[in-house]
Design a protein around this ligand. Structure first.
Ligand SMILES: C[S@@+](CC[C@H](N)C(=O)[O-])C[C@H]1O[C@@H](n2cnc3c(N)ncnc32)[C@H](O)[C@@H]1O
Length: 225
């Protein structure tokens, strides 16, 4: 079989090819982020490829309960909600009331109001509350896409929230202040996502890997029995 070298040009064509084939959005999804940006919300959503992948994860897990940290304009919550089993729900958490207000309208416009619940606050504070409210091992999936410095302290809570076989997904897992796999200069401190990758990779409750290239890298970890 021929070997192919990945050039920037080939990579751009590959992304277009995959997006057009596998990550098609409906008209509402296509117009969501442009409207969000016009409303002053930053363009930091997962994008359609990662969105489709999240939906597929939810479908594979036959998910009934998904917890998301980082709602933004509601784009990833829509993908996740469309992967739920009937009667399932996404609980999405965001610090910003402005973002949550915008997302609520978008979720309603997508006819998903009955499948998405909203919580305002920091992920690091809301997830322990959800664990108390829901009890352990109730979540099929936890998706982290917000404040990266909260991820490592949240791991014990996430491990308790997830049922065995449940999945932790983390967006931007190869990029925070730097591309995490680039060599470090002597004495340079580790990037927070590098530390997070290491923490999940070595965590006794998870079997983890990456799906790459998907956005800026997506870390996937399955909760062990
Ligand atoms: C990258 S965006 C989320 C994108 C969204 N998942 C999507 O793909 O459509 C990050 C969001 O996290 C929120 N955020 C920032 N710090 C947070 C924190 N400590 N806890 C919860 N949300 C936070 C921001 O307000 C922002 O809406």
């Amino acid at each position: 079989m021929a070997e192919y070298t990945m050039s920037p040009e080939r990579w751009a064509h590959t992304q277009t090819y995959l997006r057009e084939l596998f990550a098609r959005e409906d008209e509402h999804q296509r117009s969501l982020m442009p409207r969000a940006i016009a409303a002053g919300i930053p363009a930091i959503d997962v994008g359609p490829e990662a969105g489709r992948f999240l939906q597929m994860l939810a479908l594979m897990l036959r998910a009934k309960l998904i917890i998301e940290v980082g709602t933004l304009a509601g784009s990833s919550a829509i993908w996740l909600a469309r992967g739920l089993m009937p009667g399932g729900r996404v609980i999405t958490v965001d610090l910003s009331e402005t973002h949550l207000d915008f997302a609520k309208q978008e979720i309603a416009a997508a006819n998903l109001t009955d499948r998405v619940q909203f919580r305002q606050g920091k992920g690091g504070e809301v997830l322990p509350v959800l664990l108390r409210e829901l009890g352990p091992a109730k979540a099929d999936m936890v998706f982290l896409d917000a404040e990266r410095s909260e991820y490592i302290p949240l791991l014990p809570t996430v491990a308790k929230l997830l049922r065995p076989g449940g999945v932790l997904a983390i967006d931007n897992a190869l990029a925070a202040q730097r591309w995490v796999a680039d060599p470090y200069k002597p004495g340079e401190p580790r990037d927070v996502m590098d530390e997070t990758n290491r923490a999940v990779a070595g965590h006794p409750d998870f079997i983890a890997s990456h799906i790459n290239p998907l956005g800026n890298g997506t870390l996937i970890a399955v909760r062990k029995d």
